[in-house]
Each structure stands twice: as structure tokens, then as C-alpha cells.
Design a protein around this ligand. Structure first.
Ligand code: HEM
Length: 477
């Protein structure tokens, strides 16, 4: 890792050049190419301009930073310089202008503290039951053999797990047909291109859905008040959590957090879990080792304990590799409140900044054969992910790094680990395509054929060498 450059004084930033602009059309700039295939467009521009350049999307000027050395400048600056809230303004419409990074910086830090504490590694044990319960119900209806389409099934599972873990068992059991379409309407409000005050049908539907979902969550909280014996879940945590001046978390913030976490965790986990399963099935050699480890560890360990699942290191390495190749958040954005400097360029106030995990995570300067699925790159003798602080970006980095990473990985271990333990799986379409989506990226239709495995006694399995010490810090974000 290279040393952090000494920051120039503000007066010196003023004389630095801005990054070169990629040629575009009058007025719209690069909007159409970006809209059509943003990663393809950015890769093409990278080949011509290098790792730092600028694009124009209509009136917006955007600095593109792909070199990990430049990411220190993005991820470690607080929102008074680089604002997440002003880049993702739709979050204010979907939830409230007081939710998380939409609020002022001090309030944001207060709310982030509450969330970080909720999803600390040692707090996840009760959620394991919610995950296993949903998975069991889902696998029970699979039968002995058949086919399923990966994304819709992972989406159903991720939504049910999120509903049970974050909105409570009572809500999950009474989950109405209405919830999924309402939630979809809410998600459709994640609008990055058009102004949020335009009366566009999807923005109107988003507001109506938010109002209805808010009432549903309020009713769940009301029913929970005073119920000392309710099982531990996110609701119970929020009712007991302390906020500024040791006060309880205000009701409107609790409701926004429940909806925000369900939204933040559901679509991302759906896409990530789908890619991970597909990548594993595309790589039979690594799959064989992974299944051998699953049989050995889950066959003899106590599966009601988180520690047992955490021993599944091959699975975890496969997740990291899959997230490196296909991060579902392929671009991350900030709004520049103030000028800043990076790599000898001035990035002016009023511009936006985009970082692309999809491109940076495939830089040959960080990873050998960067386009290959090779989870062994994370083993102790290679540790390629340790080459740079910002070489793994699927969960973001720095001040806004995802607080749900451990939750998501635990969920993925339970879902994919249990599936591989009980079924032989193969891809019907060996090369599924990506869906062309404006937001979270995920695979298109991808059928998997499954057949119940004939149980083997662990002693029948060939002895399998463990992967060594855990290559990642699962125990803290
Ligand atoms: C595999 C699944 C997931 C992926 C790939 C993912 C990815 C990300 C990324 C890239 C960011 C940073 C965005 C940025 O810097 O612009 C982020 C932030 C966030 N994620 Fe996740 N996430 C996942 C699951 C979850 C889960 C399960 C939760 C909740 C338990 C969650 C809650 C959040 C929240 C609240 C933030 C905003 C943090 C802040 O700004 O302080 N995520 N996530």
C-alpha cells in the first residue's frame, strides 16, 4: 500500500487541474452511454483516460476515481466534504429527511452508532434462528428433485428472513400478499436521474407505499410495547437501545430504521447470494472442496451456534471472490460539498464523485488474473485482498461502510451452506446474463437443477485439509 500523500493547503488545491473529461454529446454529455451500460462505458473510458477522469451526465459533472490510492480521499472524508445524503437524495423521499445520512452529520453519527451496535458479530446469534427457520420452510417445499430460478427464490428467502429478523416474527407470520408489492413500490423510488419533485408515477407510488408501510411497522411496535417476553430481534433491540442523552430512540427514527434496514439488506443480499451460488456452481473443483468442508463441519458441529457456521471458510472465500467479480453495488456516489484534492487533481465543489467497485476490484495491480474466479487468492500464503486497504469494496469502505456485512454473510452461509449440504446442484444455464438494471445488479434468469443428496457418514468422506485461519475479519465491520 502506498503512503497517504500530504494534503495540499486549500489555496494550493485551487491551482490544480481538474480531471480530463471523456468526450460526449452536447447538453447530455455521456448520459446515454452511461445509462445504457455504465460499467462497459466506464471501462472503455478507463482504457483511454486511465484511472482518473471526468464525465458529464446532463448538467452533472462527475469525477470517476478508480485507483484504490484515491479512495482514501473519498471514503475517509466526512459528509461535510463529500456528502452521501446529497448523492442519494431519494433516500429522503423513501424514508425521511431525518433518516441516517439524510440527517445532519451529528444526528447521522448517532443513528449509525445504533445500527453498528445492532449488527455486531456477537449480537447475531438470535438472527441465526430466523434464518434457519425460513430456510427450513423453503427447503421443505422443494421436494427431492426439481429446478428453480435462482433470483426469484433467493429474493423470496431474503425478504422472508429480513421480515422475520427486522420486523419481527408476528409480522412475518401475518405477512400479507400486500407487503411485497408495497415494498417493490418503495424500492422503485430509488431514482437517480429525474428530479424527485416531478409527479412521476413511480415516485407517487413510492410515497404512498412508504406511508402504508410506516403504519404497518408502527402497529407492530405498538403491539410490542410492554411485552417483556418477546423474542430478541431488531424491534426489541430498538425499543431497548439508548440514543443521544441516554434517551430511547424516537418512534419515527425506529420506524425508518426498520424499513431502511429491510430495504438496505433485502435487494443487496438477493443479488449477492444469487451470484455466489452461481459462481460456486460454475467452478466444480472449488465447489467439491466447499461441500467437503460443509459436510465435515456441519456434520459434527452444533448448527444452532454461530461459531459452527463461521468455520465454513471455503464458503466465505467463495463469497468474497464472487463479491469481487460481481459487486451488486457497481458504483458508489458522493456529492462534493467542498473542493478536495486527489492524485494531483482538484475535484471541485458542486461536482459528484463516483467510485466503482466493479472496476477497481478487477485491477491487475491488486489481483492476479483479476477476471478469474479464484478464491484461493485469499488464503494465508497469498492474501491478495490485504494488498490495499480499499481492494475489497463490495460493502463500501470507511465512514459509510455497510453495517450489515456480517449479517449478510451469515445469512448467505446458512442459505447456501444448507442447500449444498442437502442437495446436489447444477446449473441448467452455465452462463447466465446480468440483468440490465438501474440500481442493484443481479443475474438474469438462471435455472438450477437439484436432487436430494444421499446422506453419507462423515467417515466416508476423504479427509479434508482445513483452509487455515480465517482470512477475513468476520468479527466486526
Ligand atoms: C450482501 C449484502 C449487502 C451488500 C453487498 C451491501 C452493500 C453496501 C454498500 C456498498 C454500502 C455503502 C454504500 C456507499 O458507500 O455509498 C452499504 C451501506 C449500508 N448497508 Fe449494506 N449491503 C448488504 C447488506 C446489508 C444488510 C443485511 C444491512 C442491514 C442489516 C445493510 C445495511 C446498510 C446500511 C444501513 C448502509 C448505510 C451505512 C451508512 O451510510 O452509514 N446492508 N451496503
Amino acid at each position: 500500500m502506498t503512503a497517504t500523500p500530504i494534503q495540499p493547503a486549500a489555496s494550493e488545491i485551487g491551482i490544480l487541474p481538474t480531471p480530463p473529461f471523456v468526450k460526449g454529446k452536447p447538453l447530455v454529455g455521456n448520459l446515454l452511454e452511461f445509462y445504457r451500460d455504465r460499467i462497459g462505458f466506464l471501462r472503455k473510458a478507463q482504457a483511454e483516460y486511465g484511472n482518473t477522469f471526468a464525465i458529464q451526465l446532463g448538467p452533472r459533472k462527475i469525477a470517476i476515481l478508480l485507483d484504490p490510492d484515491d479512495l482514501e480521499a473519498v471514503f475517509m472524508k466526512n459528509d461535510l466534504t463529500l456528502s452521501v445524503g446529497q448523492a442519494y437524495k431519494f433516500v429522503g423521499t423513501m424514508f425521511s429527511p431525518d433518516y441516517l445520512y439524510m440527517a445532519d452529520f451529528e444526528e447521522y453519527q448517532e443513528q449509525r452508532k445504533v445500527l453498528l451496535h445492532a449488527f455486531k458479530s456477537e449480537k447475531l446469534e438470535p438472527y441465526l434462528q430466523a434464518m434457519q427457520r425460513e430456510l427450513r420452510d423453503w427447503m421443505d417445499q422443494l421436494g427431492d428433485e426439481g429446478e428453480f430460478d435462482v433470483v426469484p427464490e433467493m429474493s423470496k428467502l431474503a425478504l422472508h428472513i429480513a421480515a422475520r429478523a427486522f420486523i419481527g416474527e408476528e409480522f412475518r407470520m401475518a405477512l400479507s400478499e400486500e407487503f411485497l408489492p408495497l415494498f417493490k413500490d418503495l424500492s422503485d423510488g430509488a431514482e437517480l436521474i429525474f428530479p424527485l419533485n416531478w409527479p412521476l408515477p413511480h415516485l407517487i407510488r413510492c410515497k404512498a407505499a412508504r406511508a402504508k408501510l410506516g403504519k404497518m411497522v408502527k402497529a407492530v411496535f405498538d403491539a410490542r410495547q410492554g411485552k417483556e417476553d418477546a423474542p430478541y430481534d431488531f424491534l426489541k433491540y430498538l425499543l431497548e437501545a439508548r440514543y443521544r442523552d441516554d434517551q430511547p430512540v424516537p418512534e419515527d427514527i425506529r420506524i425508518n430504521m426498520v424499513l431502511g434496514i429491510t430495504w438496505g439488506g433485502y435487494e443487496t443480499t438477493t443479488g449477492t447470494m444469487s451470484w455466489a451460488l452461481i459462481h460456486l456452481l460454475q467452478n466444480p473443483d472449488f465447489l467439491r472442496k466447499t461441500v467437503a468442508e460443509i459436510d465435515r463441519i456441519l456434520g459434527s458441529g452444533d448448527t444452532s451456534r454461530l461459531d459452527t457456521w463461521r468455520e465454513l471458510q471455503h464458503l466465505l472465500m467463495a463469497f468474497w471472490e464472487s463479491e469481487r467479480l460481481e459487486p451488486v453495488s457497481d458504483v458508489l456516489m458522493r456529492y462534493n460539498v467542498q473542493d478536495y484534492e486527489t492524485g494531483g487533481y482538484r475535484i471541485p465543489a458542486g461536482w459528484y464523485t463516483i467510485v466503482s467497485p466493479s472496476i477497481t476490484q478487477r485491477l491487475p495491480s491488486l489481483y492476479t488474473h483479476p477476471n478469474a474466479f479464484d478464491p484461493s487468492r485469499y488464503l494465508d500464503d497469498r492474501k491478495e485482498h490485504k494488498g490495499h486497504r480499499f481492494s475489497q469494496l463490495a460493502f463500501g469502505g470507511g465512514l459509510h461502510k455497510c453495517p450489515g456485512m456480517n449479517f449478510a454473510h451469515t445469512e448467505m452461509q446458512v442459505v447456501i451452506g444448507s442447500l449444498l449440504r442437502e442437495y446436489d446442484l447444477e446449473l441448467v444455464d452455465p452462463e447466465p446474463q446480468k440483468q440490465k438494471l438501474a440500481g442493484i445488479q443481479r443475474p438474469g434468469e438462471c435455472l438450477v437443477r437439484y436432487r436430494k443428496r444421499t446422506p453419507k457418514h462423515p467417515a466416508e468422506e476423504s479427509p479434508h485439509k482445513s483452509a487455515g485461519t480465517c482470512p477475513f475479519h468476520q468479527h466486526g465491520s
